[in-house]
Design a protein around this ligand. Structure first.
Ligand code: AMP
Ligand code: MG
Length: 402
């Protein structure tokens, strides 16, 4: 039996980032992973420029009592370069974003001066030398690595790539991941269902989870608990995808064949993890494809995906520095727990005038998918801990898209 942390570590160690890459327009690169470091080809801003609408002047002309009168010798709108040198006793009308003319090192806001025809009166204390000037290279210095390979591209990364003059970038290829449900009792949603059968929910939840990661999910349907059918499905998936996700059939029942088949046609790494929900899990490879055998219970499958498979897929996708977003919240009820298993209870997290607070969603059976539906987070309860008291601080992790 592995602790949860050890199991996650073992899975992560077995995954190597995919080497395939593609060139994409920055406009279409949201959620993708940069394949190369990106360096700045020039300074941003390229010239010192004004952060305000006002007057550009020499800081040395400012006075500490009374006011100074400066003669306006130029006007610089944004987008124009003015080569008139500002000399002692002179100023230039300037607008936000416009480069400072030579000689000027300070901008005074127009609200803080008096204008008399072509003379500006700047009272003492209106501005200090260098105020309201954005220095050259303030945002990005030429030659610097602005974004590292492995960076997850968010809207701000799209913006900065464009500001560097790059309309397209190299990104890692999206992995293709097969999703397979197993079980004689499992039937496709909406089709004829016998009295002892259930509609497949795992494939739907897992495809949704994959899509939140930007992975391409391939639906391989429901496979019965029969050796030949499972073998064919796994082999076919391994030829078409980078990774295979199955649910069900990894336990110790007579119909739990997933482990056997994996062992027969690939490499298996099966273990029980000291976590609830989601004890038995199977990992391995079939040819070059990674294999993630998740438990069949709908909550277990989702929790194991979020806590173990998701970090492994980020690694496969080449993302650096991925950390789940976790924070502390105050528990609003007591929770009974025996030491020995790490528990991931479903919680409802809310922000109140007392800070973040969390309650459980009620019954926590691993077949109760409504606990995921009612909840918006997982509550982490440590392996070695027993009961939790109301009022304790616990770690919580919001669900994706919450
Ligand atoms: P298993 O690990 O195959 O014994 O499955 C454990 C439990 O999860 C059983 O109650 C199954 O009926 C249920 N289950 C397995 N696969 C699915 C699925 N795709 N959708 C919903 N429930 C499932
Ligand atoms: Mg089964």
């Amino acid at each position: 039996m592995f602790s949860f942390e050890a199991a996650r570590q073992r899975v992560l160690e077995r995954v190597e980032p995919l080497a395939e890459r593609e060139r994409l327009a920055v406009k279409g690169a949201l959620g993708r992973i940069l394949a190369d470091d990106v360096r700045a080809p020039f300074d941003i801003p390229p010239l010192p420029n004004s952060a305000r609408d006002g007057y550009a002047l020499r800081g040395a002309d400012l006075v500490s009592t009374g006011s100074v009168h400066l003669r306006m010798v130029a006007e610089v709108p944004a987008g124009q370069y003015c080569d008139t040198e500002i000399k002692t006793g002179e100023a230039a009308r300037i607008f936000t974003g416009a480069p400072l003319p030579p000689g000027a090192d300070t901008v005074v806001m127009q609200e803080h001066v008096q204008r008399h025809d072509d003379v500006v009166e700047v009272p003492a204390g209106a501005v200090k030398t260098y105020d309201n000037v954005r220095p050259r290279g303030e945002d990005v210095e030429s030659g610097a690595v602005v974004l590292e390979r492995g960076t997850f591209i968010r809207p701000q990364e799209m913006g900065i790539l464009a500001s560097l003059g790059l309309p397209s970038v190299w990104v890692n290829t999206r992995p293709r991941v097969a999703v397979i449900s197993t079980g004689n009792e499992v039937v496709e949603s909406g089709e004829a269902r016998g009295p002892a059968q259930i509609f497949d929910s795992n494939r739907y939840s897992l495809i949704g989870l994959l899509e939140t990661l930007g992975v391409e999910a391939l639906d391989f349907g429901i496979i019965r608990d029969e050796r030949e059918a499972l073998r064919q499905a796994f082999l076919s998936a391994s030829e078409q995808t980078h990774a295979i996700l199955t649910s069900g059939g990894v336990s110790v029942g007579a119909y739990d064949l997933v482990r056997d088949i994996l062992d027969e046609i690939g490499v298996i790494d099966f273990w029980r993890v000291k976590m609830r929900p989601g004890g038995p899990q199977a990992y391995g490879r079939i040819g070059p494809a990674y294999f993630f055998g998740l438990p069949g219970n709908p909550v277990s499958a989702m929790v194991v995906f979020l806590e173990i498979v998701r970090p492994a897929l980020w690694r496969l996708m080449g993302r650096q520095d991925w950390q789940p977003t976790c924070f502390h919240a105050r528990l609003q009820e007591s929770i009974r727990k025996r030491p020995g298993l790490m528990e991931f209870q479903r919680g409802i997290l809310s922000y109140t005038d007392r800070g973040w607070e969390v309650t459980t969603t009620g019954p926590q059976g691993s077949g109760i998918l409504r606990s995921m539906v009612k909840g918006n987070c997982l509550i982490f309860l440590a392996e070695e801990r027993g009961d939790y008291e109301s009022g304790e601080e616990v770690w919580v992790e919001p669900f994706p898209l919450s």
